[in-house]
Design a protein around this ligand. Sequence first.
Ligand code: ATP
Ligand code: MG
Length: 361
Amino acid sequence: MKVLFVGDGQLGQMLGASGISHGHECLLYSTRSHEVKPLSAHVALPWNLTEAIQWADVVSWEHEAIPADIIAAAHDKFLMDPARIKSLTDRRAEKKLFDDCRVATSPWQSYSNAEELQKLLEAAQQPLVLKAAQGGYDGKGQWRFKPGDAVAELVAEAGKAPGIAEHLIPFNKEVSLVGARGKDGSVCCYPLVTNVHTRGILSYSMAGIDEVPIAMQQQAEAAFHRLSDALNYVGVFAIEFFVVGEGDEAELLINEVAPRVHNSGHWSMNGANCSQFDLHMRALTGMPFPQLRIEPTLMLNVIGAQQIPVGLWHHQDAQCHWYNKDPRPGRKVGHVNIRTANLATAKTWVKQWRERLQVLA
Ligand code: ATP
Ligand code: MG
């Protein structure tokens, strides 16, 4: 099969590498430079978008901001409605989807301009997180507010563009569910992984390391079914949740979804019998999903660092992935997957390496 991926970042590269290992041909389309590219090389093919779409049997994506010209030109090459996926780049549509599917999320209101935001803040009874409706990622485009805070400056900044205001959730931890839905509606999910963020950026994920209560996994998978069915989704889909409450009382509140492969699923490249990229390729090509088996794995992001230290490249328990991008503070440039048996050793790895691997803005 010939697959064209929208986007040429690390997710597109890793999807393409998986596609090749399944015997497919894969090309990437850069939505920034408008070039059609082969995998891993910084060169462009002498093809325009129309030629690439004609070549492809299927068009898929590494990011959900699918340009309008591709939605129009490749409509019959997508396995689902690409406009519906793109609509999720707007937090208002995303939160409405959660409400429509009856998946619990933090209470929210939208605002369209500074005036509406001002009214909303003046009436607020609890701490809020403001999020720009469009364009935010890695914690960008977000502001915190609590009753009593000065309003004017915040309104001047956050009110420049439409957004949502949602309750600040005092969560115990953050988890995500990564899974895939096939053309036939079958679903296959990994266990919930625990995610730790620093200044809004995913710092590390732990899969199979800290215990996930069965009821919580079931709640997460029920949300996965409802949301992916509502979208008639085909491929890998990720859901980020807040865990509120302790023990048997613990509940999940959905934070956001990513209709694509996700950073918190990168551990699966070395910690599962089938990676999230392989799952996505299976979904696209109608191959059945396997029975997933996993090994406890820590995924440490490499953020802004100039390189991954040689000690890690040589370590028998670590598998390093370098994206060949120019390092800048706050930019994800690689990740390291580490086989580790329990929470204590995972914490030791984090303590030992995080500072050297992560340079935040
Ligand atoms: P991503 O890079 O995952 O797409 P993002 O910048 O789009 O992230 P969110 O995932 O919504 O945005 O927020 C980033 C982080 O900010 C969350 O992982 C969480 O730690 C914190 N956060 C967001 N919303 C809330 C909230 N309502 N209450 C408490 N913390 C929050
Ligand atoms: Mg997030």
